[in-house]
Design a binder for this molecule. Structure first.
Ligand SMILES: C[S@@+](CC[C@H](N)C(=O)[O-])C[C@H]1O[C@@H](n2cnc3c(N)ncnc32)[C@H](O)[C@@H]1O
Length: 1003
């Protein structure tokens, strides 16, 4: 048998037909014949069609069609030492617990990633096999016995099951994408589903994203089905275990269980079924609801799954699940406010209360609301009230929306398990009102013309009734937060910008107009954040109802960011009582708890600060805004949240007022004084945020030669795309392709002009390859003013969490040159015309008309742009000014107090001129720096502590500068530059003292 096999392999090789596929049948036959010889029933399937990602070749099944293992074959001659270390084979070894890797002459068996046996059945000469020389028949038999005897171990732990499921789902995803890709005419059922999802649920859904969504649904649907199945569990019967009322899941599973399931995916679905069939589901999802407030096993399972399946996806779709303590605080607070403010005696258990979580994920908030309502009923009425509560109130009045299939499927799974435990298993004609829909799309869908998608449109119809017709009294949850919103369809964006009329006839301007005027914002991108859209959706709904509560966990930036002033104004108009609990925890912000210890985020892995807001609308309530702040470690915050609610929180009343309507405490008199100053944007009206490259590590370097080498590499056709992706991090994005960029780089005739000086961090000038095709946002319109002629510009952030930083520059700048956390802007001093003369004439000062007029009145004449910049610069560097207006300076671009008189203006401008020369390192005060470089490494002597610790914006200047060059020896010019920087800082500190000692700047 073995000799015959080897003869045939050898023959094939000699015949010159070197395609891998032509060898498979030989191996298939060998396995089948060997099994027969051992009196074993096996089925060996050739896995059809392979992608780069999935190269498994044979699937072997044993008794009762259970999967025994897989074979991955490589061409004869392939070095298996190398092959077994490839990423792909390593992944398979981890995923499939019984795997043979072979080049047809040598076989290696892996059991759960570990090498279990290895046999070379024919000898090889120096570089090629010389011919079939049988050597190791008995050892081969041993290896095949081991392979065929394999029985999959029982996955008893949730973790290992989640990980196994994640790896398989990834393979399924790749295969689905490939199937879609192949179906050019788009006639298959799968393509129909894709079209339906794209049309009705997720505009702009890419095939890859669909494949992902669909693979996750199958995986999780199988899990739901498995948790409901008591007897036999296989692919053909799986749809029987999906609840009758869940049309969408049934639809998806009809496709899976059909005999016509394409073989390209059938094998891996079988594998998942095989994985789940023996899993002890009871143990895995045990007694969550009764088990107290411990972690939610279903959710925990999903998080582990996602972590191994695709950790980036989690971020993209805002799939962060709310800690139970925070959910509990929100739900208990809503319960209390329903009782105390809306007159609902039983709070959430009151049969007139309707509830909606529009971004429900796996139903965390709904489950907590059920728990709370049950608690109230038990206390008031007794245990007997629970079933009627669930049947007549919860199933009818608690609603939820979710956009992603996987959490949707899990949500149904979870609530099914919970209702079972509560002694109320869902009947065949009952369902929980969790709908698969885009909460922000208000349109009802037409009956779907796509094959089999009636379920999706029925679901959408039911959701549209809730969105448009049902009166909802409570809207709560943790909607997604994504600066780059995934909800950008035309209809959503249009509706989001509109005002509305409330039930009582009050007109609301919405979030983009304030007091009838459009918001004067250059780029109100933050208003497109998903959470803002959800808040607007909820606000409108309550406005229509006339009364109700919105309780959301969101990003906290809308509390005091100036861009949100119309939003705050609008919320103040709709709601009567507003409770704002700022949970802080901004990871990038250098904020601390009051005692100086860390201020953590309540979510692990989230950078933005968090806030809970509860908005109450009820006629007759006195209008009030109450605020509380929590800054502490995560543990302390979560423990606090578990113990408190709206009634036990220590609120402070605040009084938001125009023009900013800040949801933050403030000193009105100080603000008034500050507001008399001129906004920087009126002094220098043309500005833009700094450059965002999207790939700093590639296009920017402290060493120009190194940067040039990288650009050459990019242009060199011998460099593979893969190498650039892997070694240089040049990965494709939605708006950028490596291939196109390389083509452009090769034909770029102006390449040399691309190498430019950039001020990347304070005093840290680097070289950038400033080419449009490599840079995400080059901001050319503004940056060109620093490239075309002799010019300077002022850098300041609009908002800052750190010390307010300002810096002058004569080079283009990055978006985080002075702010480590926020984004900074550049205000050029002169603007050059497009077709300027080479001598720089024709330029104009970037000075606003009102600023000119006011200064002329005050000074008797209009100052030159240079003098004005010097004055502004001195103000920005005044420690007294920074201290006095610290909070206000953090909230928006600075306002500059008008000079008292000509003398004060000139005195300050004098200091500003010195600072500007120092910061551009052109002052002759820097000619003999004190700091010395004494030896190897980066040890400099003679730096005072005050100089070493000096910060500009978010950076400790000297430390940061050195850290950026820590991995290499400093060049001679860099050593000199560092010494001058240290000297410039020392002088700056001195000038700052003198500014404050001179004529008072501030009243
Ligand atoms: C931050 S998670 C919160 C989930 C859940 N409330 C919790 O805290 O556990 C946000 C959820 O909203 C979903 N989502 C995102 N955009 C949506 C949309 N337009 N309509 C409905 N759900 C959406 C996401 O899939 C995600 O499950």
């Amino acid at each position: 048998m073995l000799l015959e096999y080897l003869e045939r392999v050898w023959e094939k090789e000699r015949s010159g037909d070197a395609r891998e596929e032509s060898f498979y049948p030989l191996l298939q036959r060998l396995l089948e014949r060997y099994a027969k010889h051992r009196r074993r029933e096996i089925d060996v399937t050739l896995i059809p069609r392979k992608t780069e990602d999935c190269l498994l070749d044979l699937q072997v099944r044993g008794e009762a069609q259970r999967i025994v293992g897989y074979v991955e074959a490589k061409l004869p001659g392939t070095n298996l030492d190398v092959a077994e270390r490839s990423e792909q084979v390593k992944r398979y070894r981890r995923t499939f617990p019984n795997l043979i890797l072979t080049n047809f002459y040598e076989l290696r068996l892996y059991r759960r990633d570990e090498p279990a046996a290895q046999v070379e059945i024919a000898a090889r000469s120096t570089s090629r096999y010389t011919g079939p020389v049988l050597q190791r028949g008995r050892e081969l038999a041993g290896l095949l016995d081991l392979f065929l005897d394999f029985a999959a171990p029982l996955r008893a732990s949730a973790d290992s099951l989640a990980i196994d499921l994640a790896f398989r789902t990834r393979i399924l995803e790749t295969r689905i994408e490939e199937l879609l890709d192949r179906d050019e005419e788009k006639v298959s059922e799968l393509a129909g589903l894709y079209q339906a999802f794209k049309t009705y649920l997720l505009a702009g859904l890419e095939p890859r994203e669909f494949a992902d969504l669909y693979a996750q649904t199958i995986a999780y649907g199988l899990l739901v089905a498995r948790s409901r199945a008591s007897g036999r569990f296989d692919r053909a019967t799986v749809d029987r275990h999906i609840p009758q009322t869940n049309g969408i899941l049934r639809q998806v599973f009809r496709y899976v269980s059909l005999a016509t399931t394409p073989p390209e995916i059938a094998w891996i679905i079988d594998d998942i079924v095989d994985l789940l069939a023996p899993a002890p589901m009871g143990k895995i999802f045990d007694r969550y609801f009764h088990g107290g407030r411990g972690r939610d096993p279903v959710l925990y399972f999903y998080e582990t799954f996602l972590q191994h399946y695709d950790s980036r996806l989690r971020k993209r779709r805002g799939v962060y699940y709310t800690p139970p303590q925070l959910v509990s605080y929100v739900v208990r607070s809503v319960h209390r406010l329903l009782q105390s403010r809306l007159g609902k005696r039983d709070g959430l258990a009151d049969p007139t209360v309707t509830l909606l979580d529009p971004a429900a994920g796996t139903l965390t908030f709904i489950v907590e609301a059920i728990r709370c309502a049950i608690g109230a009923v038990r206390a008031e009425m007794g245990n007997g009230g629970v079933t009627p509560l669930l049947r007549d109130h919860v199933l009818r009045d608690f609603h939820a929306f979710e956009l992603m299939m996987a959490p949707y499927a899990i949500g149904h799974l979870k609530i099914g398990l919970i209702l079972d435990e509560l002694g109320y298993p869902l009947a065949d004609d009952e369902r929980v009102q969790l709908y698969l829909t885009n909460a922000l799309e208000m349109e009802d869908l037409e009956q779907s013309s796509f094959p089999g998608m009636a379920a999706l449109s029925r679901e959408s119809h039911a959701a549209a009734v809730i969105k448009n017709e049902r009166t909802v009294s409570v809207i709560l949850g943790n909607p997604p937060w994504a600066g780059e919103s995934a909800n950008r369809s035309e209809a959503i964006v249009k509706r989001h910008r509109e005002g509305n009329v409330a039930a009582d006839g009050r007109r609301d301007d919405g979030y983009f107009r304030i007091d009838g005027e459009p918001l004067q914002e250059k780029n109100p991108k933050w208003l497109q954040d998903d959470y803002v859209k959800f808040l607007r959706f909820a606000q409108r709904k309550i406005d229509q109802a006339g009364e109700g509560i919105v309780a959301f966990v969101t990003n906290h930036s809308y509390l005091d960011n100036p861009t949100f002033r119309a939003m705050r104004r609008s919320l103040l108009g709709t709601f009567d009582e507003i409770y704002l609990l700022d949970l802080h925890g901004n990871a990038n912000k250098r904020e601390r708890a009051p005692d100086g210890s860390a201020d953590d985020n309540v979510f692990a892995g989230i950078m933005q600060g968090v806030a809970v807001a509860i908005f109450v609308k009820k006629r007759g309530l006195e209008k009030r805004v109450l605020r509380a702040d929590l800054r502490d470690s995560r543990d302390v915050k979560l423990r606090w949240l578990a113990k408190h609610d709206v009634e036990t929180t220590g609120w402070t009343e605040i009084a938001p007022e125009g023009p900013a309507f800040l949801f933050a405490p403030r000193d009105a008199a100080l603000e008034e004084e500050y507001r008399r100053g001129l906004p920087l944007t009126e002094i220098f009206p043309d500005y833009s945020v700094g450059i965002v490259t999207g790939r700093d590590a590639f296009v920017i370097d402290t060493d120009p030669a190194e940067l040039r080498r990288r650009v050459d590499l990019l242009r060199d056709p011998r460099t593979s795309d893969e190498a650039l992706r892997q070694d240089r991090g040049l990965c494709d994005t939605a708006s950028w392709s490596l291939k196109t960029a390389r083509e452009k780089a090769r034909t770029d005739e102006h390449r040399e002009e691309g190498f430019q000086r950039i001020l990347y961090r304070p005093f840290d000038w680097r070289t950038i390859f400033y080419a449009d095709y490599l840079i995400e946002r080059p901001r050319k319109k503004t940056m060109r003013h620093l490239l075309v002629g002799r010019n300077v510009g002022l850098i300041v952030p609009r908002q800052c969490k750190e010390e307010p930083g300002a810096l002058v520059t004569d080079a283009i700048i990055a978006h985080k040159t002075v702010s480590a956390y926020d984004i900074n802007s550049l205000f050029p001093l002169y603007l050059y015309p497009e077709e300027g003369r080479l001598d720089g004439s024709g330029r104009a000062g970037n000075i606003g008309r009102r600023a000119r007029r006011l200064l002329e009145q005050r000074l008797g004449e209009e100052p030159s742009p240079e003098l004005l910049l010097q004055f502004v610069y001195a103000v920005l560097y005044s420690p007294a000014y920074r201290r006095r207006y610290a909070d206000l300076l953090r909230a928006d671009f600075p306002r500059i107090p008008l000079p008292r008189d000509r003398g004060a203006f000139l005195e300050l401008a004098g200091f500003g001129a010195i600072l500007i020369d120092l910061h551009l390192l052109r002052s002759d005060r820097l000619d003999r720096p004190r700091v010395r470089f004494e030896g190897e490494g980066q040890s400099f002597d003679g730096i005072d502590a005050e100089v070493w610790e000096y910060r500009i914006g978010g950076y400790q200047v000297l430390d940061r500068w050195l850290a950026a060059r820590a991995k290499r020896a400093l060049r001679f010019d860099e050593i000199e530059e560092f010494r001058r920087i240290a000297a410039a800082i020392r002088e700056t500190i001195e000038v700052q003292r003198r500014i404050d000692a001179a004529r008072p700047l501030i009243p």
